[in-house]
Design a protein around this ligand. Structure first.
Ligand code: IMP
Length: 428
């Protein structure tokens, strides 16, 4: 059976963790294909909240295989910490697999991430400071180290010696940052090598075997379409490809092995970090949505910028990901608002525009064109089927489907695992 991909259609934080958790119940394998500990997936079940940064949320379903694929950049020390925490909470981690070819995020990447942001000053990207950009820079400069390198200590020391010397020169001379020592780096890596050894594998081979055997494989993107290095609001993006194409390169499968692509859409917009957000709400409605939706970064704790739903963005995401359906989340957060607005186009002077601009400078002249709709009440949180949704919500869903030309297959109306229901079977 061909794989299902789950991607974010906006700026990340759409609720992919919750959607993946819901779909993981039916899946045999869950794969993360890009990014690293910049992601933060929140899952709530049995009244408890869990936050994951590297491990796919499928780990909460015993017996599933959860793969950290080769397209990821992994901080091995952080991964060990996450595994320790999961075990402490009583979760079984035997299903974890880590690709030999994933790149390592090392302490100097994090120092560089911080120093480069300071250097950018007013033009900062607002990164999560997890070393993601610098680790991908090394990957493409072909000076990166990979998970496989952890298991050849002599070779690792040799490679690290030259790298640490070079990075320290940049840290000290360019940024005036204290250098790091070989011992600092090596001690963390030696411990991680022992801890991670039972989990490492040829992930591409394993994923292909599962697909070829007719098993259900879910490929989970982190971040979102507008943070994609190629298709997002460059340079205010992450350093990898969260979009569906990245699922192939990141996990080592061919495009012919993908069956469907589910785009996760939050009922409104949020963005953490800098860059354009045309529908941003800087008033009390924005504060209401931020507080009701717990819109604070799962990784950094930063308050997220909040705005009305922008369907120009979701339509664009539908195109660049080849979405086959949408998963709509956090509709409950908007409950209690008298009216809700949805952006369906932009205008620049008297000109009406139905697509995004690649010249970020132009956004200063753009204004959103809104459709204003009647809001809905709290009764939404008890709905467990489309027919139980208030009429206003059904109209909201229909508008999204009409403007984007993509059908909604999943709806989430609350924080808990049980508050998601399907309108269509994405594995069928
Ligand atoms: P980086 O990925 O840490 O390099 O950050 C680059 C941009 O992506 C910044 O605007 C971050 O705030 C944003 N970003 C990275 N990961 C996430 C995420 O998981 N959710 C939302 N925004 C993210």
């Amino acid at each position: 059976m061909r794989a299902v991909v789950v991607v974010g259609t906006q700026w990340g934080d759409e609720g992919k963790g919750k959607v993946t958790d819901y779909l993981a119940e039916q899946a045999d394998m869950i794969v993360r294909y890009q990014g690293g500990a910049n992601a933060g997936h929140t899952v709530v079940f049995k009244g408890q909240e869990y936050k994951l940064h590297l491990v796919p949320s499928g780990i909460f379903h015993p017996g599933k295989i959860c793969v950290l694929a080769g397209g990821m950049v992994i901080d091995p020390v952080e991964l060990c910490g996450e595994l320790d925490e999961l075990e402490k909470q009583g979760h079984d981690i035997a299903g974890l697999r880590v690709s030999y070819t994933a790149h390592l995020v090392l302490p100097y990447h994090k120092l560089l991430d911080g120093a480069e942001e300071v250097q950018r000053g007013a033009n900062k990207i607002g990164t999560t400071q997890r070393g993601i950009g610098p680790a991908y820079v090394d990957k493409y400069a072909r000076t990166g180290l990979r998970i496989v390198d952890l298991f050849d200590e002599a070779g690792l020391r040799e490679k690290l010696k030259g790298l640490i010397d070079a990075k320290n020169r940049v840290l000290e001379c360019v940024y005036g940052v204290k250098p790091i020592s070989m011992n600092e780096v090596m001690s963390g890596l030696q411990r991680a090598a022992v801890r991670l050894k039972p989990f490492v594998c040829d992930a591409s081979r394993l994923i292909n075997e599962y697909i070829d055997a007719g098993r259900k494989v879910l490929l989970e993107g982190a971040q979102g379409t507008m943070l994609d290095i190629d298709h997002g609001t460059y340079p205010y993006v992450t350093a990898s490809n969260p979009t569906a194409g990245g699922a192939c390169t990141g996990s080592g499968i061919g495009p012919t092995k993908i069956k469907s692509v589910v785009g996760v859409v939050k009922a409104y917009s949020t963005r953490v970090g800098d860059g354009p957000l045309l529908t941003e709400l800087k008033d009390e409605t924005g504060v209401f949505i931020r507080e009701r939706g717990h819109e604070y970064g799962a990784t950094t704790g930063r308050p997220r910028r909040v705005g009305w739903l922008d369907l120009v963005i979701v339509k664009y995401a539908s195109r660049v990901n080849g979405l086959t359906s949408l998963a709509l989340t956090k509709l409950d957060t908007l409950a209690g608002l008298e009216t809700v607005k949805v952006c369906i186009a932009y205008k620049k002077g008297s000109e009406r525009l139905s697509d995004i601009s690649f010249n970020l400078g132009e956004y200063g002249e753009y204004e959103p064109c809104y459709v204003e709709m009647k809001g809905w009440d709290e009764s939404i949180t008890v709905a467990r089927s489309y027919d139980e949704l208030p009429k206003e919500v059904r109209e909201y869903i229909r508008l999204i489907e009409n403007v984007t030309g993509t059908q909604v297959s999943l709806v989430s109306v609350g924080r808990d695992r049980g508050s998601t229901f399907a309108l269509a079977d994405v594995f069928a």
